[in-house]
Structure formats: C-alpha cells, structure tokens
Design a protein around this ligand. Structure first.
Ligand code: ADP
Length: 686
C-alpha cells in the first residue's frame, strides 16, 4: 500500500467514525430526553419491539408503574373504568377499574387493539365514538375474561396527547337492572290501575297492600291498610244467599284458590250508591321461587249482566204467558166457527139460522186474520223488515178512514164516536195503510176498554209543528203504575181484565213501533182507573200541504170487462172450494186443482187468464209449478202466489220465480179481486 493510499484510508475511517459518533450523540440526546421525560412523568408506557420478524402483536408495552402523577392516582382510584387508546386503536393504558370490569390482567389488556375487547356488534359504535372525538358516547358490550359480556357506555374525554384518545367506560348493569325493575313496577301498576276488573293484592295476614282505581271506585275509598273483609263487606248470593262472605285467608295462603263466588256488595258511600253483583276470585301470590307472599283477589262487576239475565227471564216468562193468551185467543174464534158450522148443518134449510152461522164464521174469520196479521207485523218490525210506503197525505183523511173502519165495532156496543178535525189540512209524510192501522188499533182499544154506550172521540190538529192525533175514551182507564208497560210487547194491565176483553197485548207495541218508524211518538194518559184514557200520536208535519188529498174512502176496484178464467191451486180443499164458490158467484169461470200435476193438466185443458197458486203444495211446490206454467205458457197466464208468510224475502223469492203478485193467507175474495189484472175479469159484469 502506498503512503498516499494509507492516508486516504485513514481519512475515510476518521470520517466514518465521526459520523458514528454524531449518530451516537444524537441517540444519546434522544435517550437523555426519554429519561428526562420519564423522570418528569411525561411517559406512561413504552413499547418494546419483539424483533424484526415478529408480529407487531408481540410487541410489549411496558407501563411505568412508578409514574406517580396526581392525575394517574386519580384515574386509578376512579370507580369508572378508563383507557387511553392510540390512533390505531391500541390500548396504551387501562386503569384498574377497567381490568376489574373485563376480568382480565393488565398484561392481557395493554398493547391490544381495543376492538378485541368489544362485542362485534358494538365495534362500529366504538369506531364512531373515537372518530367523533371529545364528548362522543355510545353503548357497547365489553367482552369479559370469563366469557360473559358487560353492557357499558363508552365516552371520549379530552385527548391525552397527539392521536391518543381517552375513553371513560361506565358499567350499565345496575342501570339496566333498575330500568327493568322500574318497567316491571310500572307494568304492575298499570295493570292494577287500568284493569276493568277490580284487583287487590294483600299480604299473608290479609291486609291489602295494593289496589287499583277500579277497587277504589268499588269501595269508595283507598282500601290499602284495611283487611279484605273490612274493605269489602260481601254478602253471598246463589246457594248460601244472604250470609256474609269471609275470605278464607289461611287456605288461600296455603295455596287454595277461590273461583267465581257470587257475592254482592252494598256500595259504600261515595261509590255509585247501589248494590253491585260481583264475581270474586282469590288466589295465592307467589314470588319467582314459588313462595307464597300474599294473595290476589279480583272482583268482576256483573251487575249489568245479571240485569240482562233477569230481563231475559222476564221476556221468557212473558213469552210463555203470551203463548197461553194466544191459545186462548185462537180458541175463541175457532170454537165460535165450529159451533156456527154445526148450527148450519142442523138447520140446512132454515135461512135465518144459516145466515147467522155465516155471519159468525165471517166475523170470527176476520178476527183470526187480524190476530195473525198483528203477529206477523210485530215480528216484521222486530226484525226491521217493515218498509213504509210513505206519501204526502192529509192526516185528517186517514182519521176519517179509520173511523169508518171501526164504526161497526162501536155500533155493536152502542158507543158514540166524535170527530174533531182541524179546519185546514194536516200534511204528513206517511204510509196511509200503516197510519190507518195505528188509528184503528187505538180506536178498537178505546171501544174494547169502554163500556157499552160510552163515548169515544178523535181530535186531530196541528200543534207545535206536529200533527197531533188523539183518541180519547171514557172507559175503564189505566192505573198510573201501568201507563209505562202497556206499550211493551205482550204488556197487559191485568191478565184477567185483558183476557176478558180479548187481545194479545201486542196492539200498542205495534202502534208505538209504527209511529216511531214515521219519526213520531205516542203517549198514553189516564186520570186513573174508571176515569177514561187518551192516546196521543204525534207526527212531524210535512212542510208542504199534501197536494191532492186521497179520497176519504178507497175507491172500489174498477170492474174490468167480462171473460176471465181463474185456476185456483191449493191442497186445502175446503179453503179453495169456498173461494172458488165466491168467485163463481161473481161471474168468474173458476177451476180448482189440489196439486202441481193436476194444475198443469187443468191449464193444458183450458188455459186460465190467471192462476192463483199456493206455495206450500205437496210434492211440486208453488215455485216449481209457477216455473213450469211460465215455461209452457209464457206471459199468457198471470201468476199469483198465496202463502201464509208475508215476509219480504218470501215476496222477493216469489217475484224471482216469475209470479206477478203475492197474496198473504187468508185470501179474502175482495182482496183477491182488487189484485187481479183485467185479464181475469168475470164473464158478465154484476
Ligand atoms: P190488548 O188490547 O190486546 O191486550 P194492547 O197492546 O192493545 O193489547 O193493549 C195493552 C194493554 O193496555 C191492554 O191489555 C189494556 O190493559 C191497556 N189498554 C189499551 N188501551 C186502553 C184503553 N183505551 N183504556 C184502558 N186500557 C187500555
């Protein structure tokens, strides 16, 4: 090596040494600074790298236990858990409360990513809290060392340095438990307060400790602190009726239940002041371990239910009574008719005897028909199946018509009928037939409950915007106590009196319901027994006067031109032959048949203009017969249905089956003639 070469090499190594010295000096400076920082308490922990090829996770974080800052002591003494976390989520510091909370030693906490200690679902919350910085908070589950999880709130405090977050962690277990307790208490309170039934809870000694609003309403005071029997002086109903009910407290506490005992409670002062019917059930109250800690009693108010039951029983009783009355009312005209028939048979040639018998049959038959009509009407109204055919009319006209209708009945008892009608019209919007029915019922009652030669009056006038129709009599009168019930269905003042007058106790029910259907009302007055009665119907006056008042008496049916043939089909041979005779007398050509096939044959032989078919025929019924006649003869024959039922749906069904008209039994010859079309006119006008 040359000298120059040796000098160069020296210079190089001097330079390298200098550089090394410079670097060592820098490191020394850093180390001194670190030591100074440690000495001054500016460092809490340091990370010792595990080596170049080891995982960053194996780095060790060493906490400087000797760091004795006042804030550290404070943080360690804190009941709340606290952490400092590096920007990448590594836990730099955890206080003892945190270690206790997660049941892990500090070594297992420090240097780990904080996310590892949080249940997965909470990690986004944590990330958000960290990102939002000081003051942010969220709720997450901490994963404890024993595998359980702990509900906590994490909140960020002021940053503990550049990129170092400080987290304060609050255990929510107690708060949750408290919330659950509060919720349970709130629930039980609202059950007690809002239950419809009265619920009380008592202790094993029988003293009431909880009671809701329904209970306070029942006994008129707050029963807490009172014994059950003192708060509820109950009387037994049903079996051991009348004796006081004493709660068998010891039996209940030993596990027995008392179910649905019927008791009554005289409502205390401050309560609604009436006797209540209650259903009582009592059972033991157990805690979660099944130990009896008291009892629960429920009191259900069944007063209304009992009242409804009583009303049903009363209705049932009245129905039985009604059936007895009905049998009686039906038997009277039937036996009169049977007797009349015997008289006629005994004296076939004696005109006066026969005439008398026929009058009886006619009158009693009408009476029967009237009864049945009333019955059907009541049932139709009850079922809401009556349709009013309202029209603008003058109520005075209907009054006159009703007066005409009852004159024969009044004449039979030599009773006088006075009419006092307003001068001007009484325009009402009403169904003329139904309104007449109302007045006829009232007038017939007035006659029925007034002695022979008594006086009956109808006063019709406009009063306070209403048409007032008043029927007065000077008859037997009504006791004040009975005024209320005579309008009830089957309501009769006294069975013996009512029966002696005949009647079913439905007339006034019909009157009231029909009047109500018209938007009006009806009231009864009487000064007492023996002092006459007055019934007042009030209907709304129509604004405009009825333009053309209906004629006072219905016009007789126009007599159509001659030439009709009628086929009557009914399996009641007597009924149909009587009707056939009456029609023949009036000039009709009448054929009869008693079943479907015979009717078809008769129609085939001589096509009638009108066929009147009973619906309830044996075998082929009236509907089927009608369909066949229609199918065979089309519109050349008019079809009329006859049935015992006058219900709307029967009429509708008949229309659907192709009938042109519908008649309800018993079919009266005049009624039939009024309904028939001109095609069925008699051969010769009479
Ligand atoms: P019915 O006359 O068939 O018994 P109602 O319903 O027409 O039935 O009448 C009910 C009851 O009202 C009658 O039983 C009768 O006691 C009483 N009543 C009705 N109208 C009069 C009246 N004008 N005078 C006295 N009592 C009457």
């Amino acid at each position: 090596m040359s000298q120059d070469g040796a000098q160069d090499a020296d210079a190089e190594s001097v330079a390298r040494l200098r550089a090394e010295i410079e670097e060592l000096r820098l490191r020394l400076g850093e180390a001194e600074e670190t030591i100074r920082a440690i000495r001054h308490g500016e460092v809490d922990a340091f990370v010792v790298a595990a080596g170049a090829d080891a995982d960053a996770e194996d780095d060790r974080v060493i906490t400087l236990e000797t760091a004795e800052h006042p804030y550290r002591r404070l943080v360690e003494a804190m009941h709340q858990a606290a952490l400092t976390v590096a920007a990448d989520g590594t836990i730099l510091y955890a206080n003892r409360a945190f270690a206790r909370a997660v049941l892990r030693p500090s070594e297992a906490i420090l240097g780990r990513p904080v996310g590892d200690l949080i249940a997965e679902a909470g990690r986004p919350t944590l990330a958000e809290v960290l990102a939002r910085g000081a003051g942010a908070r969220g709720e997450v589950l901490l994963l404890r060392g024993d595998g359980e999880s702990l509900p906590v709130r994490v909140a960020t405090g002021e940053p503990a340095g550049e990129g170092v977050a400080c987290l304060i962690i609050t255990d929510l277990t107690d708060q949750r438990r408290l919330a659950e307790v509060v919720a349970a208490e709130t629930l039980s309170r609202s059950i007690l307060e809002q239950a419809v039934d009265a619920i009380v809870v008592g202790d094993p000694g029988g003293t009431l400790i909880r009671a809701g609003v329904a209970v306070r309403r029942l006994c008129g005071r707050d029963p807490r602190g009172l014994g059950f029997d003192e708060a509820f002086p109950l009387i037994r109903r049903g079996g051991a009726a009348g004796s006081p009910f004493v709660l068998p407290i010891s039996r209940v506490i030993s596990g027995e239940t008392v179910r649905g005992v019927e008791v009554s409670l005289t409502a205390a002062e401050g309560a609604r002041g009436r006797d209540l019917d209650l259903l009582l059930s009592v059972g033991p109250l157990k805690d979660v371990e099944g130990i009896v800690v008291g009892f629960v009693a429920t009191l259900t108010d069944v007063t209304e239910l009992r009242r409804a039951e009583e009303a049903l029983r009363e209705a049932d009783r009245r129905k039985d009574e009604f059936l007895a009355t009905l049998a009686h009312e039906l038997r009277n005209p039937l036996s009169a008719i049977a007797n009349a028939a015997r008289v006629a048979r005994l004296a076939p040639d004696e005109a006066s005897g026969r005439g008398w018998a026929l009058d009886v049959v006619d009158r009693q038959g009408r009476q029967l028909a009237h009864l049945v009509d009333d019955l059907l009407d009541v049932s139709r109204i009850s079922l809401g199946k009556i349709e009013l055919r309202k029209e603008a009319l003058d109520a005075r006209v209907v009054v006159e018509r009703a007066a005409q209708a009852v004159r024969p009945q009044l004449a039979a008892k030599s009773q006088a009928l006075d009419l006092a009608l307003d001068e001007g019209p009484l325009p009402v919007d009403a169904d003329p037939t139904r309104l007449e029915q109302v007045l006829v019922n009232l007038l017939a009652n007035a006659s029925k409950y007034t002695d022979a030669s008594g006086r009956i009056a109808i006063v019709a006038r406009a009063e306070g915007g209403r048409a007032t129709l008043r029927v007065e009599d000077d008859g037997i009168g009504i006791a004040p106590g009975d005024l209320g019930r005579i309008f009830e269905l089957f309501g009769q003042v006294d069975d013996s009196i009512a029966r002696s007058h005949g009647g079913l106790g439905i007339g006034l029910t019909l009157v009231r319901r029909l009047v109500e259907l018209h938007g009006g009302d009806v009231a009864a007055e009487s000064a007492g027994l023996g002092r006459g009665s007055a019934f007042t119907v009030r209907l709304p006056l129509a604004r405009e006067a009825a333009e053309a008042p209906a004629p006072a008496v219905a016009a007789p049916p126009s007599r159509p031109p001659a030439g009709g043939r009628i086929l009557l089909v009914d399996d009641n041979v007597d009924g149909v032959s009587g009707l056939a005779r009456l029609l023949r007398e009036r000039g009709f050509d009448v054929r009869t048949a008693h079943d479907g096939p015979a009717a078809l044959a008769a129609a085939e032989a001589d096509l009638p203009a009108v066929a009147v078919l009973d619906i309830g025929l044996p075998g082929m019924d009236g509907y089927e017969l009608a369909a066949r006649l229609r199918g065979r003869f089309g519109g050349r024959v008019a079809l009329y249905a006859v049935s015992g039922y006058g219900r709307e749906e029967d009429v509708r069904r008949a229309k659907q089956a192709g009938f042109d008209g519908y008649l309800v039994k018993p079919v009266d010859v005049d009624m039939l003639l009024q309904s028939l079309p001109t095609a069925a006119a008699p051969r010769a006008g009479r």
